[in-house]
Design a protein around this ligand. Sequence first.
Ligand SMILES: C[S@@+](CC[C@H](N)C(=O)[O-])C[C@H]1O[C@@H](n2cnc3c(N)ncnc32)[C@H](O)[C@@H]1O
Length: 215
Amino acid sequence: MIADRRAFILANTRLQAPPHTPELRLWLADEITPIWRLTEEELGELGLPPPFWAFAWAGGQALARYLLDHPDEVAGKRVVDFATGSGIVAIAAAKAGAAGVLAADIDGFCAAAVALNAAANDVAVRFTDANLLDAAPPAADLILAADICYERPLAEAVMAWLAEARATGTRVLIGDPGRSYFPKSGLERLAEYQVPTTRDLEDAEVKRTAVWALP
Ligand SMILES: C[S@@+](CC[C@H](N)C(=O)[O-])C[C@H]1O[C@@H](n2cnc3c(N)ncnc32)[C@H](O)[C@@H]1O
């Protein structure tokens, strides 16, 4: 079992710029870091759930890019980044001038990952490992969610929860590369990018990825 998660992240990842957001620096896995080569079984023996936080997913890269290029969407706003992973979207929101950012993820390693990544970019991001889906959406001006439609139960629960937030006036932005359970209608497309990724994670080296708003 891994006692010191911060030390584990520092030893197993590398500070690097996600290709679609070169102005950010994140502690991420790549082919030259040891975590990349661990199988799911080996990860299990270490007590480590699949390390989603060690990658900048296509949806996260797209939504972060959009926020960095459209600071008017976030400046002065109270922002929640649901399913933050590495914290890429939360960090982009903070850099773009959010009044406050809460990053949420149920993976306990994300607390250390987000803290390291926020520090690397010189921004403040709060973190919770509470499952926000268990309650009504928190009071916020803007809720962000990137790459959350890769499993049906999660996708359905998140989209219902985001719709609830939207119904109370919260703006909702989603980054998604066309995952299997992403809704095919009912959203407004704001931007589309060609996001570089890797064949070790995805079925393509570049994923067409869009940023959507709940209308
Ligand atoms: C594919 S990753 C996306 C991470 C990040 N948003 C990005 O785009 O790089 C999905 C993340 O969803 C998180 N997750 C799954 N269920 C969740 C829940 N109920 N609440 C918060 N996070 C959740 C996982 O732990 C994982 O970090």
